[in-house]
Design a protein around this ligand. Structure first.
Ligand code: NAD
Length: 497
C-alpha cells in the first residue's frame, strides 16, 4: 500500500505516526495509507507560507495570473488522470468526476482575471490637491479545509482565487479521497507557483485545530458538515480570524401542478441520485403541490430508480457508483430503517444491493420514500445518500413555509410553467441558491456560492466576487500633493469640503 505524502514548501513529505486508510469504495479495499499531520507538520507549512508571502504579495497580479493560465492548461491536459483518481477514491462515476473538475477549472479561469479583479477604485480631487483610492490587499497566510464529496472542485473554489489575490494558502483536504487534490496542487507548482505559496497537509481534528489556533493564519475557508462548520466558525472568529464556513443541506424541489413532469422527473433523477446523493446541492426532498402531482411523480420515478445503472465508478456508462465508505453506507441504510419505523412509505428500497465482481463495495441502490412528514428524521436531517423523500402539500404557500422552516437553506428549485409562482418563490424563499426549472443551481464561477441559515456561517459566500472580498482587505488611501509654495494653515475643525 503506498503512502500519500504532504506537499510542503514545494516538497513531498512523508511522516511516521498516526495514519488512516484510504479506500477504493467500489472494491471496499484499503489502497493507500494517509499520514495525519502533527501540529509540528502544520507549523512547518505555516512557516513556509509566511516566508513565501512577502515576495508573492509583491509579484505583479498579471504575473500571478500567468501562473493560473498555465495551471488551467495543465488541468485540462491531465483531465483523464485526475478524473480516474477522483473516481477511484470517491466512487463517483468518471463522467461525474470530469464534470466536477470542469466546474473547478471555471474558478481557475476566473482567477486568471486577477489584474482586472484587483484594480481597486480611484477618485481624483476628493479635496484640494487630494486624490483617494482604495486598494485590495492580501491577508497573508490563509487556510482551507475541504470535504470528501468534491475533492477537486471545492479546493479549486478556494486557493486559485486566494493565491491570485496575493495570499499564501494551506489546504487540509478530506482524508477520504486526497490523491486527486494532491495531484492538482502539484500541477499548480509545475505551472510556476513559487514553493511555499501553496501547501497541502493531510490530517484530522489535530491538524484543523493547529490551523485555527495559529496566529499567522488570518482566514479560514471551510466546506463540510454543519457541526464542524459551526465549530470552525466559532473557534476561528473567537481568535479574530475571518471565517467562511459552508455546512450541510436539505434541498427541496417544489413540483407545481403545471410543471412539465417528464422533464422534472429527468432533472430530479440526476439531482437526487447523481454522485449517489453525496452532493451538498443534491435534491433530497420533492415537495408535490397536490396529490395528483405526487401520484404521477412517484409512478414515473419508480421504474427509473429501479433501472439505475450502478457499478464501480471507474467503469463507463454508469449512473451511480458506491457511497464513499462502509460507514457512510451503513449510516444511510440506518436512515432508511428509521423512515420505515416512522411510518413513511418506502416505495423503492435500495438496501442489500450487490454488484457482481464488486461484492465488497460500499453500494446502495436508489431509495424512494413517499408520505414523508416534517417531524420525521429522514425529513429533518441531511442523509447524504441516494434517498429521495416525497412530501405532499396543498399549495405553493405551504411548500414555501415548509422550506423556510427548515434549518438548512443551501439550494432549492421550483418546477413550473407559471412565471408568477416562480417569481414569488425566488423573492420569498429563504435559501441562498434558487433554481427555476434548474435542479442544481450551483452558481458559475463569476457569481458566488453560498447557502443561508445553518448552511453557511459567515458573511461572504465562496468564490466569485465574494471570494475576492474574503481573501483581500481594503485599504483606503488619501493623498495630498500640495502645490509648491502654497502654505496650508492648521485646521482644527474636522476636515470637510
Ligand atoms: P466533514 O464535516 O466530516 O469533513 C469536512 C472537513 O472537516 C474534512 O477535511 C475533515 O477532515 C474535517 N473534520 C472532520 N471532523 C473534524 C473535527 N472534529 N474537527 C475539525 N475538522 C474536522 O464533511 P464530509 O463528510 O467530508 O463532507 C460532507 C458534508 O459536507 C455534507 O454535510 C455536505 O453537505 C457538506 N458540503 C457542503 C458544501 C457546501 O457548499 N455547503 C459543499 C460540499 C459538501
Amino acid at each position: 500500500m503506498s503512502v500519500i505524502p504532504h506537499l510542503i514548501n514545494g516538497e513531498l513529505v512523508t511522516e511516521n505516526g498516526r495514519a488512516v486508510d484510504v479506500f477504493n469504495p467500489s472494491t471496499g479495499q484499503a489502497i493507500h495509507k494517509l499520514p495525519l499531520a502533527t501540529r509540528e507538520t502544520i507549523q512547518s507549512a505555516i512557516d513556509a507560507a509566511k516566508a513565501a508571502f512577502p515576495a508573492w504579495r509583491n509579484t505583479p497580479p498579471a504575473k500571478r495570473a500567468q501562473v493560473m493560465f498555465r495551471f488551467k492548461q495543465l488541468l485540462e491536459q491531465n483531465e483523464a488522470r485526475i478524473s480516474q483518481l477522483i473516481s477511484e477514491e470517491h466512487g463517483k462515476t468518471l463522467e461525474d468526476a470530469t464534470g466536477e473538475l470542469k466546474r473547478g477549472i471555471e474558478n481557475v479561469e476566473f482567477a486568471c482575471a486577477a489584474p482586472e479583479i484587483l484594480k481597486g477604485e480611484y477618485s481624483r480631487n476628493v479635496g484640494p490637491n487630494i486624490d483617494a483610492w482604495s486598494d485590495f490587499q492580501p491577508l497573508g497566510v490563509v487556510a482551507g479545509i475541504t470535504p470528501f464529496n468534491f475533492p477537486a472542485m471545492v479546493p479549486l473554489w478556494m486557493y486559485p482565487l486566494a493565491i491570485v489575490c496575493g495570499n499564501c494558502f494551506i489546504l487540509k483536504p478530506s482524508e477520504r479521497d486526497p490523491s486527486s487534490t494532491l495531484l492538482i496542487a502539484q500541477l499548480l507548482l509545475e505551472a510556476g507557483l513559487p514553493k511555499g505559496v501553496l501547501s497541502v497537509v493531510h490530517g484530522d481534528k489535530t491538524a484543523v485545530d493547529a490551523l485555527i489556533e495559529a496566529p499567522e493564519v488570518k482566514a479560514l475557508s471551510f466546506v463540510g458538515s454543519t457541526p464542524i462548520a459551526e465549530y470552525i466558525y466559532s473557534e476561528g472568529t473567537k481568535r479574530g480570524k475571518r471565517v467562511q464556513a459552508l455546512g450541510g443541506a436539505k434541498n427541496h424541489a417544489v413540483l407545481m401542478p403545471d410543471a412539465d413532469l417528464d422533464n422534472a422527473v429527468s432533472a430530479l433523477m440526476g439531482a437526487a441520485y447523481g454522485s449517489c446523493g453525496e452532493r451538498c446541492m443534491a435534491i433530497s426532498v420533492a415537495v408535490c403541490v397536490g396529490d395528483q402531482v405526487a401520484d404521477a411523480l412517484v409512478a414515473k420515478l419508480v421504474p427509473q430508480i429501479k433501472a439505475l445503472k450502478i457499478g464501480a465508478g471507474t467503469s463507463c456508462g454508469l449512473d451511480m457508483g458506491p457511497l464513499v465508505t462502509g460507514q457512510a453506507r451503513d449510516k444511510v441504510s440506518g436512515y432508511v430503517e428509521d423512515g420505515v419505523a416512522a411510518g413513511a412509505t418506502l416505495v423503492v428500497d435500495g438496501r442489500g444491493l450487490t454488484v457482481a465482481g464488486h461484492e465488497e463495495g460500499f453500494f446502495l441502490g436508489g431509495c424512494l420514500f413517499d408520505n414523508v412528514t416534517p417531524e420525521m428524521r429522514i425529513y429533518k436531517e441531511e442523509i447524504f445518500g441516494p434517498v429521495l423523500c416525497v412530501v405532499r402539500v396543498n399549495s405553493l404557500e405551504e411548500a414555501m413555509q415548509l422550506i423556510n422552516d427548515h434549518e438548512y437553506g443551501n439550494g432549492t428549485c421550483i418546477f413550473t410553467r407559471d412565471g408568477e409562482a416562480a417569481r414569488l418563490f425566488c423573492d420569498e424563499i429563504e435559501v441562498g441558491m434558487v433554481g427555476v426549472n434548474v435542479p442544481l443551481p450551483v452558481p458559475v464561477a463569476y457569481h458566488s456560492f453560498g447557502g443561508w441559515k445553518r448552511s453557511l456561517f459567515g458573511d461572504l459566500h465562496a468564490y466569485g466576487p465574494d471570494g475576492v472580498r474574503f481573501y483581500t482587505r481594503r485599504k483606503a488611501i488619501t493623498q495630498r500633493w500640495p502645490q509648491r509654495a502654497s502654505h496650508e494653515a492648521s485646521q482644527f475643525a474636522f476636515p470637510s469640503l
